[in-house]
Design a protein around this ligand. Structure first.
Ligand code: ATP
Ligand SMILES: Cc1cn([C@H]2C[C@H](O)[C@@H](COP(=O)(O)O)O2)c(=O)[nH]c1=O
Length: 211
């Protein structure tokens, strides 16, 4: 049974999700709340191995459906091995990307169809959807420029897609916002980091059980 809260972050490349998620994790821990911070694809050994296959820049021959299936496979293993046990133990799970990434990237930007990609993911996640998804909205040009400036970050196969693809990713997220207005909250990720953090924390506080 799910006793904790499942919170995910989403957004285009370089939106600041990882940075802000780490700050949120620190802040919640200081409040005495049990948290688990993790990421997709990855977070556990098998899923990190799948991540390497998906994101290796040389794997240019990868078919879009293969890509979607690999993300779903990594998701399944991560959910079973790490996310579900932490939720059952009552933690707040902070997960950098989840199924909405597949819907925006593979479903919309790759053109596989949001509903089709959701269907294959249903097999992976069963009914496990986030309690809250914080969507970091940013123009892809700005996000990609941040990554460019951020020396030492791995450049992955998806980062190397044309600007048009990244614009479609953002459009895909906007469609998801319309479809799931009760679950997905948008914040303006172009603001200074401190303001983005405050806005994200406010969204979490709205769903924290009162003590
Ligand atoms: N609000 C902000 N203003 C300016 N720079 C930021 C802001 N938030 C994050 N950054 C910087 O942008 C870069 C990318 O941030 P981060 O890795 O957190 O993004 P991300 O959304 O996790 O990216 P990706 O999904 O592509 O890995 C980092 O160098 C980070 O310091
Ligand atoms: C979960 C998931 C991710 N992606 C893409 C999004 C990014 O380009 C990479 C992950 O890299 P990050 O630095 O950890 O953000 O993978 C995707 O296309 N579909 C997914 O389901």
């Amino acid at each position: 049974m799910r006793k904790g809260l499942f919170i995910t972050t989403e957004g285009p490349e370089g939106a600041g999700k990882t940075t802000v998620l780490n700050l949120l994790d620190e802040h919640l821990k200081e409040m005495g709340i049990k948290t688990l911070i993790t990421r997709e694809p990855g977070g556990i050994d098998i899923a990190e191995q799948i991540r390497r296959v998906i994101l290796e820049p040389e794997n240019t021959a990868m078919d879009p459906r293969t890509e979607a299936l690999l993300y779903a496979a990594a998701r399944r293993q991560h959910l079973v091995e790490k996310v579900r046990p932490a939720l059952e133990a009552g933690a707040i799970v902070l997960c950098d990307r989840f199924v909405d990434s597949s819907l925006a990237y593979q479903g919309y930007a790759r053109g596989l169809g949001i509903d089709e990609v959701y269907k294959i993911n249903e097999f992976a996640i069963e009914t496990m959807m986030p309690d809250l998804t914080i969507y970091f909205d940013i123009a892809p040009e700005e996000g990609l420029a941040r990554i460019d400036r951020h020396k030492g970050r791995e450049v992955n196969r998806l980062d190397l897609e044309e600007l048009d693809f990244h614009q479609k990713v953002r459009e895909g997220y906007h469609l998801l916002l319309e479809r799931f207005p009760d679950r997905i909250a948008m914040i303006d990720a172009s603001l200074p980091m401190e303001e983005v953090f405050t806005a994200a924390l406010a969204k979490i506080q709205e769903i924290l059980p009162l003590k």
